[in-house]
Design a protein around this ligand. Sequence first.
Ligand SMILES: [Zn+2]
Length: 437
Amino acid sequence: MTALVVRNGRVVHPDAVVVEDVVIVDEQIVAVGKNLDAPAGAREIDATDCWVGPSFVDLHAHLREPGFEHAETILTGANAAAVGGFGAVVAMPNTEPALDSVAVVAYVLDRGANSLIDVAVAGAITIARAGERLAPMAELAALGVRLFSDDGTGVQDAALMRRALEYARPLGVRLAQHCEDAWLAAGGSMNEGSVSSRLGLTGRPALAEELMVLRDLELARATGGRLHLLHLSTARSLSLVAQARAEGVDVTFEVAPHHFTLDESACATYDPVMKVHPPLRTKADVEALRTLLRDGELDAVATDHAPHVPESKDRAFDEAPAGMLGLEHAASLTYEALGGVDADPRRFFALLSRGPARVAQLRAHDVRPRHGAHGGDVVAGEMANVVIFDPMKTYVVDRDALQSRSTNTPYHGRTLHGQSRATIVKGRVVAGEGVLA
Ligand SMILES: [Zn+2]
């Protein structure tokens, strides 16, 4: 038996924040309350002034294995997630080969089972993510896959996307779309507008994203299929989704920390670390995302963690691959964007844990092979997937001290606020204060 007592933290329940102790024995929370007795031999963690809530869940992590292990592996990606406070991530399918078959998905799930956290999988919607033929979604759903995506690109063919939504519906799974019209976005390396003109770079227009958002909302409406929109980045995208939700369309969506932290002016250095798809947008878009984050209808913050080896990022801006690291700093950036010391901890855990766990179907009552329960309340009987988040912690990002195998973080040298003091997965402290336990 192993026992752990988290003392005197501010326990963040869905509707209340209460200073109390949490007693964990083996994989379970066994008691939550004031001045609890410690089981014999228990380790104690002083959590005074810290937030204690369900460990974070990331809907959008590129773990790069199989195929790109020089950039990241399932184990190093899981380590980065653990340091970031995550107890579970959804691994995206743009690997080589893509996650479009039982054999490859089973491989990733097996590798994930040997990592520090829970690794769920998003299966590909189409074979090889080529956008031509549907992947065997029913077979993959039987393995526990609940999200499907061709992320990296969107499904361009509207008829195929309609068929995929129809096919997915009785399986109880959700299709996660990377919204960019490939033709409108073609050749672009940053947001299209006055800044891209001044820098002499070809732009990817906001319209490339918004047109696919609009198309897919209508396809979801017509089919009754379940849709999730990945990394929405423009004010107009947000208003389109809000309207469709109000009208009853079954759509969930996420925003990424870089889109509510950085704007297109960051590209003025021509540093390829700032290149990402969809691109960093205008200041007005960033403001719209930040307003939504604080009090709008939003399911999740998701990282779009996208490691790249230095050789590939050491190219001209328009030739470099798109994507930046996210797992290790997402919680700090979310805390800051929610207002720092004024942030509402209930909102923080809603966006980083409870919401994404609902979308990924990782909660206790979701029938799901292989994975533990996430995003629940911190109460007796729940699985002990818990994070102790220290909102007063301040640290400086050092790209050479990351758990990720890659270094392409746009936040190098930046001072961030708030950090996981202890990430607890199935009752075991796996990481904290920026390092593995
Ligand atoms: Zn994407």
